[in-house]
Design a protein around this ligand. Structure first.
Ligand SMILES: *Cc1c(COP(=O)(O)O)cnc(C)c1O
Length: 482
């Protein structure tokens, strides 16, 4: 199994194995990695997978992407990741041993619960695996890596809970000072593990993101201090997410002849890109229903063929903040498949994007092929979100978070009779208390282990928006401890 870059030249293309790309982000040519082909799943195989535990299913699916870790080791890593202790203490009422259980709202409409992990968002599903894979590969190579990232909330906490206490790994996570919810701050800053460093910058998320980019662009610094990333373009994160589409499909069907639709609250397009890949592998997914919030750059593309990333100034702060994106970093993977895997065309399109421009595929034959990729899209606003949270609670007695509400809102518009629709639950309502109170006039339930978390002592270094100050801090912490 080889990986190629979306911007690679087919004659001298970069071919890498899974563990070679595991610790990296972008390919050297600026593209994103994808398998050179998608291994197909047969109906017989799919039927054999019915009834497997999540860990065994994950091993079966991930074996289609990873062939340079011995199977016994991969099985052990996956087994250690997807355990009931890690994923089943999220909330009361979850099936005690089922990881990513299905919750039926009514016949034909279900939520796939992906948010019962350590930080109450679906990002744990992939990030926990990444933590164990990193530790394993670094130990084999006798190397260390220092993860540098910026977060507006969910990614940072998922990364820290996945990497805490791991050998050979440190995490330096930048967040915007005083801009996350008290709960999100407490989740990250109360971690006392020596390998976790929280840096709060006196600025916005974009300032934090710019510092990360500046540090990563200093190649000498990056090499000397072995700086790595776990951002959403990391291939292993996408691969880990392919698994739960198989899990959801098998859980709501009796036969592998049935088709299922999936609705996905989307931001950086990582989650739904995994659904696209599952479908390309032959999982009988009918449609992939993509939901955006007010930041509707992706909805606009699927409706019009125009992809026009927004400026930071145009990007709105909404009540589903984890979907507040200006450009969708994983989208390039899908467009690569849509245009028939033509890297020259991708280079041409993204030259425009990287220069702050846009592109329009509406006149191209590939845009007419879009329906064969199963995508449909819609958007949801603050008012839709509040209404969906309220109606879901009244009708089904189920409290959904603001992002899941966006997915559910669009799912209800797109639903077809005779076909099950599975909405991916991307976070628990406890993470977004303020909007839940606005919608329902009551506090969401908080898992016992987070009660009073705001009162725990916090470890965070507050800094100005300064690349040099951040570099000095990172260098000092690494030099002191090695
Ligand atoms: C990250 C996130 C999303 C968006 O997922 P993408 O993979 O970036 O499309 C949606 N909801 C929540 C709660 C998230 O944390």
């Amino acid at each position: 199994m080889h990986y190629i870059s979306t911007r690679g030249d087919s004659r001298n293309s970069i071919q890498r194995t899974f563990t070679e790309i595991l610790l990296g982000g972008l390919a050297p040519d600026g593209g994103l990695y994808l398998p050179e082909s998608y291994l197909q799943i047969t109906r017989v195989e799919l039927d054999r997978w019915r009834g497997l535990s999540y860990a065994d299913l994950a091993f079966a699916v991930l074996s289609k992407f990873i062939d340079d870790i011995p199977p016994a080791d991969l099985a052990a890593l996956v087994g250690k990741t997807y355990t009931a202790e890690v994923y089943c203490n999220g909330r009361a009422g979850s099936l005690a041993s089922d990881i990513a259980p299905i919750r039926w709202l009514e016949p034909g409409l279900a939520l796939l619960e992906l948010s019962n992990g350590p930080t109450l968002a679906f990002k744990d599903m992939a990030m926990q695996l990444l933590g164990n894979l990193f530790e394993y590969v670094l130990a084999k190579k006798g190397e260390e890596v220092n993860i540098l990232g910026a977060t507006s909330g969910d990614t940072g906490s998922a990364a820290e809970y996945a990497m805490r206490g791991k050998h050979g790994l440190r995490v330096f996570m930048l967040s915007p000072h005083d801009r996350m919810s008290a709960f999100q701050r407490a989740q990250m800053y109360s971690l006392q593990d020596a390998n976790i460093y929280n840096i709060a910058v006196r600025g916005m998320f974009d300032d934090a993101q710019d510092i990360v980019k500046a540090v990563s662009n200093d190649l000498a610094f990056k090499e000397k201090y072995r700086i790595g990333a776990v951002n959403s373009i990391n291939w292993a994160r996408v691969a880990a997410q392919v698994v739960y589409y198989f899990k959801g499909y098998l859980a709501v069907t009796k036969s592998s002849d049935e088709q299922v639709d999936f609705a996905v609250p989307s931001g950086n397009f990582g989650n739904i890109c995994a659904g696209h890949i599952a479908r390309m592998m032959g999982l009988p997914i009918g449609r992939l229903v993509m939901a955006t919030n007010e930041n509707d750059v992706l909805d606009e593309f699927f409706r019009t063929g125009v992809y026009r990333p927004r400026s930071t100034a145009e990007t709105r702060t909404t009540s589903s903040p984890s979907m507040d994106i200006s450009k969708a970093s994983n989208f390039e993977r899908f467009v690569f498949d849509l245009v028939g895997r033509d890297p020259a065309l991708i280079r041409q399109l993204w030259t425009k994007i990287d220069a702050g421009g846009s592109f329009d595929l509406s006149g191209m034959p590939c845009f007419a092929d879009l329906p064969s990729f199963g995508f449909v899209s819609g958007k949801s606003t603050h008012a839709d979100r509040l209404r969906t949270i309220r109606q879901t609670f009244e009708k089904y007695g189920v409290m959904v978070d603001t992002h899941t509400a966006d997915g559910l809102k669009v799912a209800l518009e797109m639903r077809m009779p005779e076909r099950s629709m599975v909405v991916l639950e991307t976070a628990l309502p406890a993470k977004f208390e303020e909007t839940i109170i606005e919608a329902l006039g009551r506090q969401p339930e908080r898992p016992a282990r987070f009660v009073g978390i705001e009162n725990l002592p916090q470890r965070v270094k507050v800094m100005d928006v300064s690349v040099d100050e951040v570099k000095r801090y990172i260098a000092h912490q690494i030099d002191v401890r090695s």
